[in-house]
Design a protein around this ligand. Structure first.
Ligand code: GLY
Ligand code: MN
Ligand code: MN
Length: 434
């Protein structure tokens, strides 16, 4: 069982005589009696696979004894008729491969016993006020009870650096889910391209993407889907998706499926009517050239900074060639002139969170790529409608984003199946039956 193995891997890295605590997410209400869809906390999910709210996971190596304990909601006929099935305390041990399970209603008093005599408590302070207070009050009970021979832990540690190092390097189980998330995300984009035509609303393309996600078993997008046509493509986090798509507009779609807890994160930019204008094609080709050049640096031993510098170099050269920037490459790079048109980073870690956990620096140095990391690679060029350039470029926004696994000797593009050469996009769209 992968979750049990991960718990042991974590327990083997914490200090002796430690208790490690993780809280599940809770239901969040959006408006009167209606809640947001429940999404488990990624750390909790990674270590337990358990999908219910209001649970806590405890890992302990106190006095040299390793154990995993789940606190969860008990079976309750009436509550389950109203709100859905619960695993229940009795089933938790076998189903979740933990050593013990308790009713979460008894969390505080049980924690007093589990923490008594441990030296260290690991807990992610600052994520949830009520959870922080729960842990603090348990520590307070222990501190104030020396006459009952209770011994409070003396150090509070953050489990996230250890856990997030684990999450940064994906295991085989995770990679199979990430391949599936990538595949479903590709299908969503393909469907949007097939359905694209001038005169429909951006949200109608969003609907086609989400249709594909749900039909393939991805119950949610991994983040708010961006469907921006025309000038809207120049708004980086545009999620209103409410405008009519005009003829000759470029459509930028940044959308990814979440499949069993793992995110896809793809951007494609295509002409609404299936044919790029010459200016759109020139900017598109430049972004693609930058992406392909930077991709060659996505190999073990190189850094995201090196790849990013390569993308900036290609984009700067290209913008000079197109007359959008003037001066030499060196002059422009010196003052980061590209930032007017390419104002975000090249990529980020991808996993259970779309902007996934893991440090980008180690010992003050840029961190080298390592096998098992998954990242995005997503250069873009966005020329605002009022930019101080030839108006023929105005309102062109292009981003191309793929998901890349670092392998032992290079990289694998998990989203390679989705067309991205401009001619291939035109062919794909013109060959569509919609
Ligand atoms: N979709 C969010 C991002 O590309 O980072
Ligand atoms: Mn994205
Ligand atoms: Mn991204």
């Amino acid at each position: 069982m992968v979750y049990q193995q991960r718990r042991l891997t974590l327990l083997n890295q914490v200090k002796p005589d430690s208790v490690v605590l993780f809280a599940a997410n809770q239901i969040v209400y959006r408006n009167n009696d209606a809640n947001f869809p429940f999404r488990q906390h990624s750390d909790f999910w990674y270590l337990s696979g358990f999908q219910e709210p209001d649970a806590w996971l405890l890992l302990s190596n106190k006095h040299g004894k390793q154990e995993s304990v789940m606190f969860c909601l008990p079976n309750d006929k009436l509550a389950e008729i109203w709100h859905g099935r619960r695993l229940g305390v009795d089933n938790a041990v076998a189903e979740l491969a933990v050593d013990a399970a308790h009713d979460v209603a008894n969390l505080q008093e049980k924690l007093v016993d589990y923490l008594d005599g441990a030296e260290h408590v690991y807990f992610s302070l600052g994520e949830n006020k009520a959870n922080d207070e729960c842990v603090m009050s348990v520590l307070e009970v222990l501190r104030s009870a020396p006459k009952q021979s209770k011994l409070a832990p003396t150090s509070l540690c953050d489990p996230r650096p250890l856990l997030h190092e684990m999450r940064l390097i994906k295991d085989e189980h995770e990679l199979s889910l990430m391949r599936k998330a990538a595949q479903i995300s590709v299908q969503g984009h393909q469907r949007a391209m097939r359905f694209s035509r001038p005169g429909i609303y951006e949200y109608q393309l969003e609907a086609e993407i989400h249709h594909e996600f749900l039909m393939s078993g991805a119950r949610s997008p991994a983040y708010g889907s961006i469907v921006g046509a025309g000038d809207n493509a120049c708004i980086l986090h545009y999620t209103e998706n409410s405008d009519i798509i005009q003829d000759n507009a470029l459509v930028l779609i940044d959308a990814g499926a979440e499949y069993q807890g793992y995110a896809g994160d793809i951007t494609r930019t295509f002409p609404a009517n299936g044919q790029f204008t010459p200016e759109q094609k020139q900017i598109y080709q430049l972004v693609l050239d930058a992406q392909l050049a930077a991709l060659e640096w996505y190999r073990p031993g190189f850094t995201l900074q090196q790849a990013s510098d390569k993308a900036i170099e290609v984009i700067t050269d290209g913008l000079i060639e197109l007359g959008i920037l003037s001066g030499t490459r060196e002059e422009n790079i010196q003052v980061n002139a590209h930032r007017e048109y390419y104002m975000h980073g090249l990529g980020h870690y991808l996993g259970m969170d779309v902007h996934d956990v893991g440090d980008y620096k180690k010992d003050g140095q840029d961190r080298a790529f390592a096998a098992g990391m998954v990242l995005t690679i997503e250069p873009g060029i966005y020329i605002a409608p009022d930019a101080d350039v030839d108006p023929k470029w105005h309102g062109i926004g292009v981003r191309i984003e793929d998901n890349v696994l670092i392998t032992s000797d290079g990289y694998e593009v998990l989203t390679a199946e989705l067309v991205k050469e401009p001619d291939a996009i035109e062919q794909f769209m013109q060959g569509s039956t919609q």
